[in-house]
Design a protein around this ligand. Structure first.
Ligand code: HEM
Length: 476
């Protein structure tokens, strides 16, 4: 997530606020995360917060940033303050309208398509592994509603590369803004990552608009009563059945309190297309990195993989092979595997905020205008509620069967408050559906289990951790 970008800024000096406490500023002005990164890999914020407390400043050749790592602080910071790039009333409205696409009912409607894609993915991985294909295909099919070539063998590599270049431009910009004291208006100077990113954004927006045109044509044909032309929807004309509805359908029909919908083009804004791009971006890299983490833990814990296999055998015996909501409910161990992975190895390690006004935090006064990098990893790993657990930092999915789920608020890998991840239920569901598809008759082999992980902009393995899924009878 853009908001998860860790900052690369340090500070000297310290500030005394109304509370009378000086916020520590433990590092010399020349020390910065780049130096840290060269020395020891990505800085360990959990360790830094343990050494220097919940708040500390850090600066290097730019505005200083406040690093925030405490559950209480995170809770406060997540609370008051769009979807990634918008804020205030605009954010609330778009999020409310988009929310309709992520309700339990909407996700129930997505389930059959998820299962089909998960089974296709497992078959595909038996030949060559690529988790990104699965999460991107889910995102495209659920969000845009029909593949329209997005994930075809011919187009997927191109679109995936467009996405990567766009993301590089985006994150380079986020990083640059932290370092850039002068706040130049971002100009797409040819040859820069930003210019390449903007070019790829235009290409992606053209694809999204082409898909929107196609969807509108198909829905119009359906409304005119030519079902043969409809987009595979089989509800009333122009109104797809629940199990066929897509995020786009929801985005197009959802209305605010004044009866207005999101617009396709209004006064230079492209609300629907921008929301689709945000969802495609927010929704697939995060889930694919999380799945990779899950596979890594399962590789190190074959007993957990075995237990997943047994759970799936029970689920199939009870519910048959179709993954329904009830079947998902009977997968508590798979649920624990996902939750435990996101707890001890969160993918989004933090988020950025700016203080709009002076406020009190952890006994300090934080002045208005302060840029903050808030750790999600730190509270997930060190919150006191986890400390009473047996081996709190160990991968133990079974702790979720024994009450860990009751530690309300101590599990925040999807953030919280107004900025709570819009797709958290979709993400949890797609990860469990994939685990179910794999552990119904396949074994997993990681080819490079020891490859290092990078933390920026999202936690992910450096060389994408190639894996192989083989039918169990072939593996024996
Ligand atoms: C394991 C997978 C995922 C993780 C760990 C994750 C994590 C997060 C986190 C921590 C935030 C809050 C960032 C902040 O506070 O600034 C967030 C926001 C968001 N996520 Fe996710 N996410 C995941 C999957 C998804 C999926 C599948 C979608 C949609 C298809 C999605 C859509 C969004 C959106 C739109 C926001 C912005 C919400 C807002 O600004 O109000 N995410 N996500």
């Amino acid at each position: 997530m853009a908001a998860a970008a860790a900052t690369f800024v340090l500070c000297g000096g310290c500030r005394i606020g109304n509370s009378g406490n000086a916020i520590p500023s433990p590092f010399p002005f020349w020390s910065d995360l780049i130096i840290e990164t060269r020395k020891r890999g990505f800085p360990d914020f959990v360790k830094l917060h343990a050494q220097h407390g919940p708040l500390f400043y850090w600066r290097f050749l730019g505005p200083r940033k406040l690093f925030v790592g405490s559950f209480e602080a995170v809770k406060q910071l997540l609370g008051p303050w769009g979807m990634v790039n918008i804020s205030g009333k605009q954010h609330a409205r778009v999020k409310r309208l988009a929310q309709a696409a992520f309700t339990p009912r909407a996700i129930r409607g997505y389930l059959p398509r998820m299962q089909t894609i998960a089974e296709q993915a497992v078959q595909k991985w038996a030949a060559d592994g690529d988790i990104l294909w699965f999460t991107f295909r889910i995102a495209v099919e659920i969000i845009v509603g029909f593949d329209d070539g997005w994930t075809s063998p011919r187009q997927f590599p191109t679109i995936s590369a467009e996405f990567k270049t766009w993301l590089e431009g985006l994150f380079r910009r986020v990083r640059q803004q932290h370092l850039d004291r002068t706040r130049f208006f971002p100009l797409p100077i040819p040859g820069t990552a930003f210019a390449r990113g903007m070019k790829m954004r235009a290409a992606l927006m053209r694809r999204i608009h082409a898909s929107l045109d196609l969807l509108e044509e198909r829905n119009a044909a359906a409304a005119a009563g030519s079902p043969g032309e409809a987009s595979g929807h089989n509800g009333d004309a122009g109104s797809p059945a629940a199990e066929q509805r897509t995020t786009l359908d929801f985005l197009k029909s959802s209305r605010d309190e004044n009866g207005n919908t999101l617009t396709r083009q209004a006064e230079g804004t492209e609300q629907i297309a921008d929301t689709v791009l945000t969802l495609l971006f927010a929704g697939h890299d995060t889930s694919s990195s999380s799945l990779t983490r899950i596979f890594h833990h399962l590789h190190n814990h074959p007993e957990a993989a075995e237990r997943l296999r047994r759970e799936q055998a029970d689920v199939v015996a009870k519910h048959g092979s179709v993954i329904t909501e009830a079947a998902l409910h009977d997968m508590p161990y798979a649920d624990g595997v996902v939750r435990e992975t996101l707890r001890i190895t969160p993918i989004v390690v933090g988020f950025s905020r700016v203080a709009l006004q002076d406020f009190e935090l952890c006994g300090y006064t934080v002045p208005a205008g302060t840029g903050m990098t808030c750790s999600l990893a730190q509270p997930l790993l060190t919150d006191a509620r986890w400390q009473g657990e047996e081996q709190p930092l160990a991968f133990k999915p079974e702790r979720w069967l024994a009450g860990a789920a009751l530690k309300q608020g101590a599990w925040i890998p999807f953030g919280g408050g107004q900025r709570l991840c819009l797709g958290w239920l979709l993400a949890m569901t797609e990860m469990k559906v994939l685990l179910a598809a794999i552990f119904r008759g396949h074994a997993m082999e990681l080819r490079q289990p020891d490859e290092p992980w990078v933390s920026f902009p999202l936690a992910r393995p450096k060389c994408s951790m190639p894996a192989r899924f083989v039918a169990v009878k072939d593996a024996e």
